[in-house]
Design a protein around this ligand. Structure first.
Ligand code: 1VU
Ligand code: NAD
Length: 325
């Protein structure tokens, strides 16, 4: 039986977590419909949590993280896929408690796999990955709420979801503003098409402020989201997906009952299959960001450790793609 390499995260006796590359055999993977040879994976915040022992994400170690994978089906017991098909797998339990994409092979149920649409390569699908799909879900909710023009504020703007949200909105011709703590990132963010970069909000207990934005996409939560909610124009909406700063949210009902604000929560991991498939189609065509290469860095499995550390410190910019095979 063929041996292959994967990242293994282990819990050590002192409570810390180690990451090593180990050899494994195919029969160590779960028995599922599809065996996929992984060509590319990508790094998402959730992988950094899994790799550092967050038990809310991964209950049992040793474990192989990687919530994203793109590759080629090498064995299929499903009538929906055949050997040689190119597929994208994001979310569900991949990389949480099912051996994930930081591995040369994954074994997953057929309903987790999306056929790679024409218009996108395996690598491009992982520059997008969960971050791109989540950004697309955030944008889609805003469009359904009636968004036609900006400015839309995007927080955590230099991160994976943030950069891709800015790029998708730019492709759709909607003006954006970026919220980022990083003064040094202004040039990078302007290059993504954003008109202005905001580094801080007024510190006030007032429940409403003069509205500035038509809508928002928030990836950081906490006080940043609290401020954004006060600054949305009447009948606007905010899509929320993250908590890079904090999961806490202290707010009042006023933005909702005095300005008709709508708040959309995004769960990309368990989102409806048809919605995902439709959005991958859009991401490969009319929503496909221009110059995806400009926001990515490609690394090998052996280089992932330092990228994970950087992400946990909030210092990543854009997307980390992992070249697996
Ligand atoms: C790509 C997507 C992302 O990046 S999302 C961000 C990554 N996710 C996180 O950081 C969340 C990690 N989870 C946690 O820290 C904990 O589960 C939290 C939410 C704090 C709850 O902890 P605790 O109070 O100990 O409860 P618990 O874990 O036993 O769960 C309580 C009930 O809630 C459920 N639950 C848990 N996680 C999820 C989830 N991801 N989706 C849907 N439901 C979830 C559990 O199943 C549990 O329900 P039940 O008791 O099993 O019926
Ligand atoms: N709900 C979903 O389906 C879903 C999907 C993908 C990501 N997420 C969540 O979205 C968030 C972003 O994910 P990502 O993969 O883009 O991560 P990332 O690390 O690439 O980006 C995080 C961004 O937040 C910024 N940030 C970090 N700490 C901060 C702080 N203290 N104050 C202000 N900004 C801070 C970083 O500078 C970076 O720009 C995470 O919380 C992740 O769990 C949720």
């Amino acid at each position: 039986m063929e041996k292959f390499n994967k990242i293994v995260v282990k819990e050590l006796e002192d409570g810390s977590f180690s990451q090593t590359i180990e050899e494994a055999s195919i029969d160590s993977l779960p028995d599922n419909d599809l065996l996929i040879k992984v060509h590319f994976s990508s790094l998402n915040f959730k992988d950094a949590l899994s790799a550092s022992g967050n038990k809310g994400v991964t209950k049992k170690y040793p474990h192989t993280p990687g919530i994203d994978a793109a590759g080629i089906v090498v064995q299929s017991s499903s009538t929906d896929f055949k050997e040689g098909d190119e597929v994208i797998v994001t979310g569900y339990d991949l990389g949480m408690n099912t051996s994930g994409g930081f591995s040369e092979y994954i074994s997953v149920p057929a309903y987790w796999a999306i056929p790679v649409p024409s218009g996108i390569s395996l690598k491009e699908s992982m520059i997008l990955g969960t971050a791109g799909l989540t950004a697309a879900m955030c944008v889609d909710k805003l469009l359904h709420n009636g968004l036609t023009q900006g400015p839309v504020i995007v927080s955590g703007a230099t991160g994976g979801v943030g950069t891709l949200a800015l790029m998708i909105l730019d492709k759709l011709g909607v003006e954006t503003m970026a919220f980022s703590r990083k003064e040094s990132a202004v040039g990078f963010l302007k290059g993504l098409g954003t008109s202005e970069v905001i580094h801080s909000f007024e510190n006030t207990d007032r429940p409403l402020l003069k509205p500035i934005f038509t809508a928002a996409i928030d990836t950081v939560g906490g006080t940043i989201l609290e401020n954004i909610l006060k600054l949305i124009k009447p009948n606007g909406a905010v899509s929320i997906c993250g908590m890079a700063l904090s999961p806490a949210l202290n707010t009042t009902v006023f933005p909702f009952i005095l300005r008709g604000l709508s708040l959309f929560g995004i769960d990309s991991a368990e989102a409806d299959y048809k919605w995902r498939k439709d959005l991958w189609q859009k991401l490969s065509n009319e929503w496909k960001p221009n110059n995806l290469e400009a926001i990515q860095k490609t690394v090998e499995l052996s280089e992932l450790g330092k990228e994970i550390e950087k992400m946990l410190r909030g210092n990543q910019m854009g997307r980390i793609v992992v070249k697996i095979s």
